[in-house]
Design a protein around this ligand. Sequence first.
Ligand code: NAP
Length: 334
Amino acid sequence: MSKIVSREIRLASRPTGKPTAANFSLVHTELDPLQDQQVLVRNLFMSVDPYMRGRMNDQKSYIPSFKLGKPLEGGAVGEVIESRVEEFKPGDVVTSNFGWREYFMASPKDLHLVSHEFQPLSVYLGALGMTGMTAWVGLNVGEVKAGEVIYISGAAGAVGNVAGQLAKLRGCRVIGSAGSDEKVKFLREECGFDAAFNYKHGPISEQLKVAAPDGIDVYFDNVGGEALEAALSSLRIHGRIVACGGISSYNKAKPPPGPSNLFNMTAKRLTMKGMIVRDWLDHQSMFEKEVGRDFRVGKLKSKETVVEGIDQAVDAFLGLFKGKNMGKMVVKLT
Ligand SMILES: NC(=O)c1ccc[n+]([C@@H]2O[C@H](COP(=O)([O-])OP(=O)(O)OC[C@H]3O[C@@H](n4cnc5c(N)ncnc54)[C@H](OP(=O)(O)O)[C@@H]3O)[C@@H](O)[C@H]2O)c1
């Protein structure tokens, strides 16, 4: 087989504050010949996710930093082109953590076989992938039950819209906030949210009080900042917070001070639980079975914003911080 040229995105420099295109470089590489016990994969879709912003910093966290001058990593769905292992054959569809590149070679332990049944295959990066599983785990961590009122910030994004749909399936009253009127319409009309508001139209605390005059039982936090502060005021006694993310501060060079009304935690005996989806990988098959069933029968809808070409991947990533996506932001590579 002639040598394969693959394009990949590398970390060129570490940002302070908001990342820009200058922090990345697009590089052509030539793949080595395939070795025994290796699989050659061509990526079909790759994921861009807010958590990657943290990996651009040189800091100790729950996941290693990206290395300067090296290709970035992240979720991807690809097709096996050539295989020197028994477990995979050409044509198989696999997910991996070798995103941000067009082709790669890996050992079988780094690949996860998925079915062709669910289409488009990018759904394995969204509703049936890491972000869908984050939504599912978050609802379990928050012990969300029928009859409860849940508020979800960042609701029109990848995690948020699935969390809202799954909470509706559990029998909750679901409230969401998002950054445009189009997103609010999507939440109400396509995802079945009971109420939704545009957080740019006025103070979140006031809009949340209108949507949930009797308060909320659970807050699913994707955003932090003002949304968290509003939720602390609206939570009922013994309410719970699922601390999933805090995108409002990811690009802040200096973290803003915490919520001014944290005493609500004490006064209302609240519980706030942090969760990281990768701690729950032993539940992946349960997630795939349960949420896959909802998806198969049309109870769960998948929404994506698709950008084409690896040369557009950086823009897609930067777009997450400008609210450019509705549902999961994915990059189509072929
Ligand atoms: N704990 C875990 O294991 C885990 C796993 C996956 C994701 N997460 C977290 O979950 C959250 C959502 O992730 P996702 O993949 O679903 O991303 P996403 O919501 O699909 O995309 C990001 C969205 O965040 C909103 N946003 C951007 N900047 C904002 C700001 N300054 N203030 C308020 N909203 C802002 C934008 O929507 P608007 O137009 O609505 O502003 C944007 O579309 C993130 O915080 C992420 O880090 C956590």
